[in-house]
Design a protein around this ligand. Structure first.
Ligand SMILES: Cc1cc2nc3c(=O)[nH]c(=O)nc-3n(C[C@H](O)[C@H](O)[C@H](O)COP(=O)(O)OP(=O)(O)OC[C@H]3O[C@@H](n4cnc5c(N)ncnc54)[C@H](O)[C@@H]3O)c2cc1C
Length: 348
């Protein structure tokens, strides 16, 4: 017996084919348009993993992953802005603090779009953002090296570490305010369009009600670290998009030769991502993640090779996928992922 595909998959495909892919070359050179994000907000995709009782779809992780693949393969910049939103949704869904009732509904329905500023917590014992209890709330000081979606999203999930080695996550509006200043958007080799800035925090004060999670840093790391050992759906999305470019260039044989192993690695990586114990089989997860990078690199390289000199024109899909693939090699990178990837590259 087969089950009907989840309706949000058709929604994602329609958005990808009718809106995101046709404009991806222009977006890559400019900025993710508010109209793209408006379409995503009203599509229901922002609530794919959010609880039904808050207006979300409560879809299985397999559906959420496929949605991310479809969007990333169509316009990686737009994908990256919206993908930030899903961590705050998941965190709120697990929280028992009052912020859940205030924000989970608006985030699940797409009324509000969220970004995240928390990767820096992983650089402990370095503490780029320090949190201090002050005046019945929390004061944030330091520097957030990366914040994507500045000027495009509404609220930010900001994390820092306290003197007691607790990780504190709190929401604030994603705009300049006393104690929070943003750099100019960075010009990058890929995804400049996603408006990534760094943030200077100099006494940003947030009330206690803004806090959504407080947890000992070591405990947080136990949950957080294994997460990034899984292969990213965006890597598969970009790789499959490159195979389509190859097919359109008349290189169906090369595309087919890469599609087989890609399908196999995807199946194995997603099976492990669904494994009930997230910190088990880490070596296997890392090996599959590395293999997914290898196959993406082969697919995007083949798309460039098949296109000849024309492939490097800024209006060509092949070079864009190649650059987006480069970005995905470091997105969410941790020390463990970097080591595994470099060790695998050294064995080539
Ligand atoms: C274009 C772009 C946009 C991004 N947007 C966002 C965003 O919106 N929100 C967000 O939260 N992140 C964002 N990131 C960060 C991203 O997810 C990764 O964390 C980042 O790419 C990993 O590289 P890094 O520059 O932090 O590397 P590094 O600082 O080298 O850190 C890599 C890893 O090394 C380890 N490490 C680093 N320093 C130390 C230390 N002193 N001691 C021990 N271990 C250490 C940690 O495990 C760390 O995760 C963005 C990154 C890029 C490139």
């Amino acid at each position: 017996m087969t089950t009907a595909p989840h309706p949000l998959l058709a929604t994602a495909r329609a958005l990808a084919d009718d809106l995101l892919a046709p404009h991806a070359a222009r977006v890559d050179r400019e900025v993710v348009p508010a109209s793209h994000l408006a379409a995503i907000r009203s599509s229901g995709l922002l609530g794919v993993s959010a609880p039904v009782e808050y207006g979300g779809a409560g879809a299985p992780d397999a559906v959420a992953r496929e949605v991310q693949e479809i969007l990333a393969g169509a316009c990686c910049s737009t994908w990256f802005v919206q993908t930030q939103h899903h961590s705050p949704v998941r965190m709120l869904a697990r929280s028992a603090l009052p912020m859940r009732e205030r924000l989970l509904g608006p985030l699940a329905t797409g009324e509000l779009l969220a970004g995240i500023a928390f990767a820096h917590v992983r650089s402990f014992p370095r503490v780029p953002v320090r949190v201090t209890a002050e005046r019945g709330g929390r004061r944030f000081d330091g520097r957030v090296p990366w914040y994507t979606g500045w000027g495009l999203n509404d609220v930010m999930l900001l994390a820092g570490v306290s003197e007691q080695d607790e990780v504190v996550f709190a929401f604030t509006e994603a705009r300049e305010q006393p104690g929070l200043r943003a750099s100019e958007p960075m010009r990058l080799a890929a995804l400049t369009a996603a408006r990534t800035v760094s943030l200077e925090l100099d006494g940003l004060w947030l009330p206690e009600e803004a806090v959504v999670l407080r947890t000992p840093r070591e405990q947080f790391a136990l949950v957080d670290r294994p997460r990034n050992t899984n292969a990213s759906p965006a890597v598969f999305g970009v790789a499959y998009a490159a195979l389509r470019v190859l097919e359109e260039a008349g290189e169906a044989g090369t595309a087919a030769a890469l599609r087989g192993p890609l399908d196999e690695v995807r199946g194995q990586a997603y099976a492990l991502a669904d494994h009930p114990v997230p910190d088990e089989r880490i070596a296997e997860r890392l090996a599959l993640k590395t293999r997914s990078y290898d196959l993406m690199r082969a697919a995007t390289t083949a798309a460039v090779v098949a296109g000849g000199g024309r492939a490097v024109g800024l209006d060509r899909t092949a070079q864009r996928l190649f650059r987006e693939g480069m970005f995905l090699l470091v997105q969410g990178q941790t020390a463990e992922v970097r080591r595994a990837h470099l060790d695998a590259l050294a064995r080539l």
